[in-house]
Design a binder for this molecule. Structure first.
Ligand SMILES: Nc1ncnc2c1ncn2[C@@H]1O[C@H](COP(=O)(O)OP(=O)(O)OP(=O)(O)O)[C@@H](O)[C@H]1O
Ligand SMILES: [Mg+2]
Length: 232
């Protein structure tokens, strides 16, 4: 289980973005981290992915501090898909997917390719394998970026605003996709899209001005947000 303990984070030129956050993120679920713009969601995700240096508190995975973990091990256990996706434009989708297994995990290139193809096939996007990121749609790029992260078989995959570039139907499809995959990977979905997470997340954490305001099932979160019976 991923545990965050007494985490506080301040940017050097900004206000304190996270204040005394403690939370447990159990495995084999879809977890939503919600909150208004500027509430600290992306900062929290960057801390969990070890993209920032912690000033106070710790984050552990099965009791081991992720900040003391070997980088290779960490990248294997915790994947992250940023809102900007960062697919390498000069590489095809298949090449994008094989980069980390070959370079980081030192896997054999042909077996990495075989596995990447199987993954794309499983996810129903094998037709994208030989295209470059500029040759696919935003929703397809979102899927390709998730596929690239999943090839590392992380225990946790952190997704920052995965639906921000998607229309309602495509985001619904993405939700169904995550539900199919959640037995193998725990998804931590950072978003302000309550409607997207309402139907798929097992539990949610609500941030407000850098603090953990409440946690619970999505009905509880929706109640706190006062959205009533707002249905999709
Ligand atoms: N690089 C930075 N330098 C200084 N302050 C920052 C930086 N990044 C974020 N902040 C500040 O930290 C706070 C939290 O920002 P964060 O990006 O985590 O919010 P968020 O919940 O992800 O918002 P959004 O929904 O708009 O993406 C905000 O007040 C923001 O202005
Ligand atoms: Mg953000």
């Amino acid at each position: 289980m991923l545990k965050i303990k007494d985490l506080t984070y301040s940017y050097s030129q900004g206000a304190t973005a996270l204040i005394d956050i403690s939370m447990g993120l159990p495995r084999e679920h879809i977890l939503a981290i919600l909150g208004r713009s500027g509430s600290g969601k992306t900062t929290l995700l960057k801390c969990i992915g070890r993209f920032l240096t912690l000033q106070k508190g710790d984050i552990t995975l099965d009791g081991e501090s992720i900040y003391k973990m070997e980088r290779k091990k960490l990248r294997h256990l915790i994947g992250i898909v940023f809102q900007q996706l960062y697919l390498f434009p000069h590489l095809t989708i298949l090449e994008n997917m094989c980069l980390a297994p070959v370079k980081v995990l030192k896997r054999n290139e042909s077996s990495a390719k075989k596995e990447a193809k199987e993954m794309l096939n499983k996810l129903g996007i094998k037709n994208l394998a030989d295209r470059y990121p500029s040759q696919i749609s935003g929703g397809q790029a979102q899927r390709a970026a998730i596929a690239r992260a999943l090839i590392m078989k992380p225990q946790y995959l952190l997704l920052d605003e995965p639906t921000s570039a998607l229309d309602l139907n495509t985001s619904k499809e993405l939700g169904e996709w995550l539900l199919e995959l959640k037995a193998e990977t725990t998804f931590v979905v950072v978003t302000h899209d309550v409607l997207f997470t309402k139907n798929i997340a097992n539990s949610g954490f609500l941030l407000s001005e850098g603090k953990l305001k409440t946690k619970g099932n999505m009905k509880h979160i929706v109640d706190i947000l006062g959205l009533g019976d707002y249905q999709r």
